[in-house]
Design a protein around this ligand. Structure first.
Ligand SMILES: C[S@@+](CC[C@H](N)C(=O)[O-])C[C@H]1O[C@@H](n2cnc3c(N)ncnc32)[C@H](O)[C@@H]1O
Length: 218
């Protein structure tokens, strides 16, 4: 991620509590932000499911001001910090589902490290609902974890165990951490009607087995 964009995003959270600033810093340092932003269209309406504190969404609109983002999460405390950080930006927050009350078709949908928190059936329902909400030619960008390389996947499972069960910093309804293979995630995208554009393993140089999937609604 470019240093000036990194600083600009962090500055937006300057008034937030230290724990939030550390969390945002950690996300920006541990997630491959640049390839995610590069996979998104540079203009139009983007819905982000499970935005958390919204650092990536803020980065998305600072990176390309023609983007408009609707960001949803079930954690209203995180959204409150995002609301303060996003003032004056083309970013709208939704408590819950981003798909409720959408007035126009989406140009893109973004999901970053959220699917693994949903049971497989809910993941499939979400992909199908996003497919319906996208305009033809619209794309979906998913950054999740792969189950390979095994050592990085094991490290990721341990970290998720801490986040979900011990520290409880990630809210989830399912009660499980369902990390799935790249092949299973691709099969779900295809079953929802999407055509895969790219499946990019992004673990090189990172601690985690990041996987970036980009698909289009034909
Ligand atoms: C690991 S965090 C990722 C947050 C953000 N996408 C990022 O990359 O920094 C997962 C987020 O998904 C949210 N979440 C979990 N289940 C959800 C659901 N059913 N709908 C919307 N958000 C959900 C959690 O509250 C949490 O903020």
């Amino acid at each position: 991620m470019k240093a000036d964009l990194f600083r600009a995003v962090l500055l937006r959270y300057a008034a937030a509590p230290l724990s939030t600033r550390l969390h945002v810093y950690g996300r920006l340092r541990s997630v491959p932000v640049a390839p995610i932003l590069a996979a998104l269209p540079r203009e139009g309406l983007i819905a982000s499911v499970g935005c958390g504190h919204g650092a990536l969404e803020i980065a998305a609109v600072l990176d390309a001001p023609e983007r408009r983002v609707i960001a949803g999460d079930i954690d209203s405390a995180k959204l409150q910090h995002l609301r303060a950080a996003a003032q004056g930006l083309p970013l709208r927050m939704v408590d819950g589902s981003v798909l409720e009350g959408l007035g126009e078709p989406l140009d893109a949908a973004l999901i970053v490290d959220v699917l693994y928190l949903l049971p497989p059936e809910e993941q499939r329902q979400l992909l199908a609902a996003l497919f319906q909400a996208l305009r033809p030619g619209g794309r979906i960008v998913i950054k999740e974890m792969d189950t390979r390389p095994r050592t990085k996947a094991l490290w990721n499972r341990f970290q998720e165990f801490l986040a979900l069960k011990v520290l409880r910093i990630t809210r989830h309804r399912a009660g499980t951490c369902g990390l799935r293979s790249c092949e299973a995630q691709l099969a779900d995208l295809s079953a929802a009607g999407f055509t895969l554009l790219r499946s990019t393993p992004l673990h090189g140089g990172w601690l985690h087995p990041h996987l970036l999937l980009t698909a289009v609604k034909p």
